[in-house]
Design a protein around this ligand. Sequence first.
Ligand code: HEM
Length: 139
Amino acid sequence: MSDDLQKLHTYYREGDHQFQIAGGVEGITKLANDFYDQMEMLKESRRILHMHPTDLTISREKLARFLCGYMNGPELYEEKYGPLALGPAHSHLAIGSTEKDAWLLCMEKALEMQPYAQEFKEFMYMRLCTPASRIQNRP
Ligand code: HEM
């Protein structure tokens, strides 16, 4: 990684910069909705879509709230639903590399749809790869 990119990542990680650059609650809500729209559209994500409730309204809201806190903004998920540990929250689901890749594909496509700088999209994608890998509970 170049020095400039490293400096940019340091900036993203300071305070609530990520949350602000992602457009605050409004921008992150759009990201979560675009993510679930992709999940409903892509054939690669059909299996993970069917692991969700038929009505995705709450799933969309929960992901938006969770991502606000994850991006160092307000802990909106916790405020409404209490603390969340991602591993246990997914342990009832069979998530192998195919399911993880499908989730990340939806996120990659959703990030592409946002008015963010390319560097920020790549940073966000990279940040989400870590929890996605931890959630994977099957080969
Ligand atoms: C690795 C691939 C992933 C898959 C296949 C997956 C799948 C799912 C499914 C099926 C649900 C609904 C569970 C239910 O209603 O019983 C869910 C809930 C949720 N997921 Fe994921 N997920 C993945 C990764 C992630 C990541 C990386 C994040 C956050 C960065 C995340 C955040 C959430 C949140 C906040 C909820 C709601 C939890 C709750 O309140 O019960 N997921 N996920």
